[in-house]
Design a binder for this molecule. Structure first.
Ligand SMILES: [Zn+2]
Ligand SMILES: [Zn+2]
Length: 204
């Protein structure tokens, strides 16, 4: 874990952020068409089909609970967990390979209401860099902001049905995970989790 750098806010060097409106979900959810994503998508050993589950959105994906970002097998053990997250009660837990592609604060009204917070802090991982390692009593819960249902309809919000902690948003290609649910070494937030952008800033 020596590569994890402490976030010494406010004196740490900061990334150049853009205080402007950008699309929601963010462009990082379309890494194949969005040239602004700088970091490569690592090979974590997912050899199943499709390469990115639920990438077309909606409810069509069969057996999604046994594909990324849920319970799945990494061929060759290429998946190396660098971080873990869990809900408040501990029933649901995930692990993450490598560092996030990007990080953002979203100030939109939807995030304010769904999180009960002034803004949402999210880090973006490829779906194949995320794996569920615990789902005690089937506590995993989905909420579709498009259909207003609890079905797994992508994009959807993922939380624990017991303690109600938000865990991440499953997008079409990426997972927008909430660092507040992560367990960091020494409780210090790595610089890779520092937001590079504030979106929907005008709604704050
Ligand atoms: Zn919980
Ligand atoms: Zn938002």
């Amino acid at each position: 874990m020596s590569s994890v750098k402490p976030n010494a806010h406010p004196d740490a060097p900061v990334h150049q952020g853009s205080h402007s409106n950008v699309p929601h979900p963010p462009p990082e959810d379309h890494p194949h068409i969005n040239p602004t994503v700088k970091k490569p998508i690592p090979d974590t050993g997912w050899r199943g089909e499709p390469p990115v589950p639920s990438s077309k959105g909606g409810t069509y994906e069969q057996d999604f609970m046994h594909k990324p970002p849920y319970e799945w097998k990494s061929e060759g053990e290429l998946f190396k967990a660098k971080y873990t997250s869990q809900c408040w009660c501990g029933n649901v837990s995930f692990e993450f390979h490598g560092d996030p592609l990007d990080a953002k604060h979203c100030h939109c009204r939807q995030c304010q209401r769904l999180h009960g917070a002034p803004f949402q802090w999210a880090v973006i991982f490829p779906k194949t860099s995320v794996r569920m390692i615990k789902n005690k009593d089937s506590s995993l819960h989905f909420f579709s902001t498009e259909n207003l249902t609890g079905a797994h309809s992508v994009p959807c919000k993922v939380s624990c049905n017991v303690c109600r902690s938000p865990l991440f948003d499953e997008g079409r290609n990426t997972v927008l995970a909430y660092p507040s649910s992560f367990k960091f070494p020494d409780y210090k937030v790595p610089l890779d989790f520092q937001p590079t952008a504030h979106i929907f800033y005008s709604q704050r």
